[in-house]
Design a protein around this ligand. Structure first.
Ligand code: CMC
Length: 439
């Protein structure tokens, strides 16, 4: 029988070694190079992790060439059509869809932890009112590590589960308070009879002096967007959470580092950047100009919400969100939304352009999500916060998976060192090119 290995031959020495090949349930085979350095003296080089599987996982599967995304084996299209965010959260954490009593228990547990410690509120006061809500999120969420650090033993599965529930439950409360801080309105306590997304809308948009009715269309739209954003395997923010967590760091602090990574415009910050870009483009007459800018290598401008490291096909989440845009705008009587029309026109022009075709650049999840957020009354600087609330489920599930993996060890990449190899210390007065003292 053929061995499941690949052979590496060092042409400088003629020495060959066999490298084991690992096979997942689906997806490309993976060459195990963990002993490569020990056996050959070589490191491998892969900046940006273009060809590197950084871990084993059973949570999310993506086939970027075929435009496939599955959570725990379930196609994203089925979950979007039939499931709810809270059910998807359960699926992510525990591996299977819940039965009715499990879902009820899980929902009750999440509800139990929605409040934040009163003293945490004063943290917000340290931020100026125009601070970006993502900056506030990084700080306030990270500070949760101070509240639970002493009672959290990450080697204890029950403690880990409690931390996971707290993170998922408190994130909307912290997100809504970030918004309220920017508007100057009082913070609103969670109302636990509401659903996860309904509660978030309530905490963001209600005020103590008025009755607030949650719009079921808005609640369902948010729930659906959250399902689509819940996880995306080893993306930059999730890898950040895993990397930070690999040192056995406090999970609240690890998730805070995930929020930081998510904020960048190449990642979750793209949804805000798309809206700013559409506002800047203004109308269809400007599209050609901006397409030309995106293609111009001397111009840093990129078409935001376009392109993806993994999808070389239409991002399946973008397909669902674009369809949702039609439905939500129609239900809200805003089917002529000029921004949606502009976005669709921009997509049409880009997808027929050779530059975008040759590079397989398609709309990604962030291209249309902001259009829905905007019609729901969510301001652009809160878009990435919405993403963070949904992705918390993925971060937490991936962190749990990593910590419970018996093979888990600290993540410690190596490097290709290109600096000076060795030199002797020179006293300051003898340094060449220095204008002090004798040369
Ligand atoms: N506009 C113009 N050109 C682009 C774009 C774009 N949006 N995206 C990629 N390219 C070009 C890029 O210049 C390069 O061209 P060339 O081969 O001539 O050098 C080629 O396409 C490959 O791009 P890359 O930057 O090497 O690809 P990457 O996998 O490193 O980056 C990306 C992926 C998502 C960061 C990038 O496509 C991008 O910056 N897109 C815009 C930002 C964005 O929408 N991000 C959200 C990603 S999805 C949600 C999430 O991750 O949270």
């Amino acid at each position: 029988m053929k061995k499941d290995t690949v052979t590496f031959t060092d042409n400088t020495t003629g020495k060959s070694i066999e490298l084991p090949v690992m096979r997942g349930t689906v997806g490309p085979p993976v060459i195990d190079i963990s002993k490569f350095y020990k056996e050959t003296g070589y490191f491998t080089f892969d900046p940006g992790f273009m060809s590197t599987a950084s871990c084993r996982s059973k949570i999310t599967y993506i086939d970027g060439d075929a435009g496939i995304l599955r959570y725990r084996g379930y196609p994203i299209e089925q979950l979007a059509a039939k499931s709810s965010f809270i059910e998807v959260a359960y699926l992510m954490l525990y591996g299977d869809l819940p039965c009715a009593s499990e879902l009820e228990r899980f929902t009750a547990l999440i509800r139990r932890h929605t409040m934040i410690n009163e003293s945490l509120k004063s943290f917000y006061q340290g931020f100026y009112h125009d601070a970006h809500p993502m900056a506030v999120m990084v700080g306030v969420f990270g500070s949760l590590s101070a509240f639970y650090h002493d009672s959290l033993d990450i080697n204890n599965p029950e403690h880990r589960e409690l931390a996971a529930l707290r993170m998922i439950a408190k994130m909307p409360t912290i997100a809504a308070a970030s918004y309220k801080h920017s508007t100057g309105e009082p913070f609103i306590y969670p109302k636990n009879k509401l659903g996860y997304c309904g509660n978030l809308l309530h905490m963001m948009f209600s005020v103590p002096s008025e009755d607030y009715q949650i719009d079921p269309i808005a609640e369902r739209a948010l729930d659906l967007i959250f399902i689509l954003h819940a996880d995306h395997e080893q993306n930059a923010s999730t890898s950040t959470v895993r990397l930070a967590g690999s040192s056995s760091a406090n999970p609240f602090a690890c998730v805070s580092s995930g929020i930081t990574a998510l904020w960048g415009p190449a990642h979750g910050g793209a949804n805000e950047a798309v809206l700013n870009m559409l506002d800047e483009i203004g109308d269809a007459s400007q599209i050609e100009k901006y397409i030309a800018k995106a293609k111009d290598k001397s111009d840093p401008f990129r078409l935001m919400g376009f392109g993806h490291r993994i999808y070389k096909e239409y991002d399946p989440r973008a397909t669902i969100i674009r369809q949702m845009c039609h439905e939500v705008l129609t239900k809200l009587g805003k089917e002529d939304d000029p921004l949606f029309e502009l976005a669709q026109k921009l997509e049409e022009v880009a997808l027929t352009d050779d530059y975008f075709k040759e590079r397989s650049l398609y709309p990604n999840v962030d291209f249309y999500s902001g259009i829905i957020y905007r019609v729901l009354g969510i301001p652009a600087n809160m878009f990435t916060v919405m993403f963070a609330v949904a992705r918390t489920v993925g971060w937490v599930a991936q962190w749990m998976e990593m910590i419970s993996d018996p093979d888990q060890r600290i993540s410690r990449p190596r490097q290709l060192y290109e600096g000076t190899s060795l030199r002797d210390y020179v006293s300051i007065e003898r340094r060449a090119g220095c204008d002090l003292g004798e040369k």
